[in-house]
Design a binder for this molecule. Structure first.
Ligand code: CUA
Length: 327
């Protein structure tokens, strides 16, 4: 191996290894179904490696060790065993193993139901609070650990696909149809979900955060989400709220407890408490809110929200301060 090839292969290996530890990896499962899927993957990868070695071994044998012509009987036996019997046994075994996982993957949930709608290019998320009030949030899903949560998945426009690789398998979100998926996270942490079906220009910027918490922390969070938006505290945030309202932002966005009652875009009632904005595009910081509001067209080309580049940086900063205070 020359120096370049060695460098490339070691870079490739380290990339592969870091990929295993990221919050969006099927190989670092943090959910019951993800563990089963990862097991199935390792069994298949192991089986494929053995078969590959056997085939390469046979090829080397035929070319280098014993290149003389083979008898017709021997060749036929090789075809019957190697070409029919072994594949039938291996594939039937894998099929049986895969099917045996299905009942567990399809088992019903423990009671928590979350509706998620894919929209170009973000996620509308709805919870039912214990007192049967609907809580709407966006681009972030919180789950209690070790409980089977049921997702009701729909689409508002084109086909999207809902996938949290660390927690389980993916399923399409199809217009006019409701698909169901049950996921059971097995450890707390922050994971990343992704749209797994090409759905238009900003498909690659259609991600979401998944926060798996202890049950008590989850209850507290859900209770806080049912409350209306906090009133702005700083003067700058108060000015920001006025600019937000005066520029018509409330025609698309809802902020509970204010006159902003739009339904087209993400609910912003508690946007300051979310980990990211723009469906996983930027971290939730004042600078990111300014950048987003002023330059949506370059931050996320294709996004429906117009860029408010005509606002001065002071005004953008005031809006950002207001949004950041919406914890
Ligand atoms: Cu939504 Cu890809």
């Amino acid at each position: 191996m020359n120096k370049n090839a060695r460098l490339t292969s070691s870079l490739y290996c380290s990339l592969l290894l870091t990929a295993c530890e990221t919050p969006q990896s099927t190989l670092a499962p943090a959910g019951a179904s993800a563990e089963q899927i990862a097991n199935l993957f390792w069994w298949m990868a192991g089986g494929a490696a053995i078969i590959w070695l056997a085939v390469i071994g046979l090829a080397v044998y035929a070319v280098h060790v014993n290149p003389s012509p083979h008898s017709e009987k021997g060749s036929r036996r090789l075809i019957v065993y190697g070409g029919i019997a072994v594949p039938v046994v291996v594939l039937a075994g894998l099929l049986g193993y895969g099917l045996s996982l299905m009942p567990k993957l399809m088992a019903p949930g423990d009671g928590l139901t979350i509706s998620v709608t894919g929209e170009q290019w973000w996620w509308r998320v709805r919870y039912q609070s214990p007192d049967h009030r609907q809580v709407e949030t966006a681009n972030e899903i919180r789950l209690p650990v070790n409980e089977r949560a049921e997702f009701k998945l729909a689409s508002a426009d084109v086909i999207h696909s809902f996938w949290i690789p660390s927690l389980g398998g993916k399923i399409d979100m199809i217009p006019g149809r409701e698909n169901r998926l049950v996921l059971e996270p097995t450890r707390t942490g922050i994971f990343r979900g992704m749209c797994a079906e090409f759905c238009g220009i900003a498909h690659a910027l259609m991600a979401f955060d998944v926060v798996v918490m202890e049950r008590s922390a989850f209850d507290q969070w859900l209770k806080a989400q049912t409350a209306p938006a906090k009133r702005p505290v700083s003067d700058k945030a108060r000015i920001g709220e006025q600019i937000f309202i005066n520029n018509g932002c409330g025609a698309c966005h809802h902020i509970a407890g204010t006159q902003a009652d739009g339904v087209i875009g993400p609910d912003l009632t508690h946007v300051g408490s979310r980990l990211t904005i723009g469906a996983g595009t930027l971290p939730t910081t004042i600078e990111a809110f300014e950048k987003w509001t002023g330059h949506t067209d370059t931050v996320k080309p294709g996004v429906l929200m117009p860029a408010y580049g005509m606002l001065s940086s002071d005004k953008l900063s005031a809006i950002a301060t207001y949004l950041m205070e919406l914890k």
